[in-house]
Design a protein around this ligand. Structure first.
Ligand SMILES: Cc1cc2nc3c(=O)[nH]c(=O)nc-3n(C[C@H](O)[C@H](O)[C@H](O)COP(=O)(O)OP(=O)(O)OC[C@H]3O[C@@H](n4cnc5c(N)ncnc54)[C@H](O)[C@@H]3O)c2cc1C
Length: 283
């Protein structure tokens, strides 16, 4: 499937890469074409329009793309991180609303975790999400967000509780939401066709449905004390389902799990002592 999908580009992929790199331009038409060939949603559930392929196949795609065009591979990688979080932790309604267009490559995701004062130590992030009527208002700044100005949906990590990773909640924010604006892209020496943005959130209202379920308390939406899990979510203990959206903190960062994301139909997380977690390395 990968070979067939990339055949159209042939050796042109490196040439295209050189042109886009020279211009410092985001290759949206190329992403769309990859999506049309089924390469933007390889390891995801066919029920949402995914390819249902083994995670290994997605890694082969990333490797193959990176051979010719690393910035393109990074863009697909970030998009996959977002789709994975939505498939695993969004409500069924949100999955059905977002995933089909994302997995077909009509819409793309960006991953907004890093801030000016929290990179490796992601769990110390300061962006706040304050409870409002029917949702949350996000205020803060994000840094180094790959395709943050181009993406349709941003996975934004913000603090809803106390210090540390457990005080953080993930939200899906649409690009046209009032209060969100991409401030500026960084001027980079390389990966110039992969725009890296600073993002601003000013009282940006996100409805409850766009808050992802807490990995710490799997059957409760984050920040809630009592609501039921979204329909269809498996009832497994936290230690078996946990994902930290890259928020393992300094100690955790040093112990990055080598396990792939659970969007693999075949991968299962190893059991871990209570309180520990798997983590997705930052993009
Ligand atoms: C091109 C690009 C694209 C990116 N895209 C995204 C994106 O899409 N979304 C997103 O959220 N982020 C993104 N990032 C941010 C990236 O995840 C961070 O740069 C990364 O987490 C490191 O953070 P930092 O730059 O603040 O470095 P720091 O955390 O300040 O680290 C600086 C150095 O100190 C070392 N260090 C850190 N902690 C320790 C420790 N405890 N002990 C010893 N050494 C340590 C690090 O290894 C590193 O060498 C991107 C970054 C780049 C450059």
């Amino acid at each position: 499937m990968i070979e067939k999908g990339l055949r159209r580009f042939g050796s042109n992929l490196s040439e295209l890469a050189a042109e886009y790199e020279e211009r410092g331009e985001d290759p949206l038409p190329v992403y769309r074409e990859l999506g049309a060939k089924g390469l933007a949603g390889l390891p995801f559930d066919p029920a949402y329009g995914g390819g249902g392929r083994p995670y290994r196949e997605y890694l082969d795609l990333i490797e193959e793309l990176a051979r010719s065009w690393v910035a393109l591979a990074v863009g697909i990688g970030v998009h996959t991180l977002v789709c994975d979080a939505v498939q695993r932790f969004a409500t069924e309604e949100t999955r059905r609303e977002l995933l089909p267009a994302m997995l077909e490559g009509e819409r793309f995701g960006a991953y907004a975790l890093t801030e000016s004062s929290s990179g490796s130590d992601a769990a110390s992030l300061r962006t706040r999400a304050k409870r409002t009527e029917g949702g949350y208002a996000i205020t803060g700044r994000k840094q180094f967000c790959t395709r943050g100005g181009e993406a349709d949906h941003l996975l934004v990590m913000a603090r809803t509780g106390g210090d540390g990773p457990k005080g953080v909640t993930a939200f899906v924010v649409d690009r046209l939401t009032p209060g969100f604006r991409p401030a500026h892209p960084e001027r980079k020496m390389a990966w110039r066709s992969s725009p890296t943005w600073e993002l601003v959130f000013e009282n940006c209202h996100v409805p409850d449905e766009r808050r992802l379920r807490s990995p710490w308390r799997p059957w409760m939406p984050a920040g809630s004390g009592s609501r039921p899990a979204p329909s269809g979510s498996p009832r497994r203990p936290a230690t078996r389902r946990s994902a930290t959206f890259g928020l393992s903190g300094r100690r955790g960062a040093a112990r990055w799990s080598r396990a792939p994301s659970s969007c693999s139909p075949t991968w299962r997380p190893a059991s871990r002592p209570a309180g520990s977690s798997t983590s997705t390395p930052p993009a």
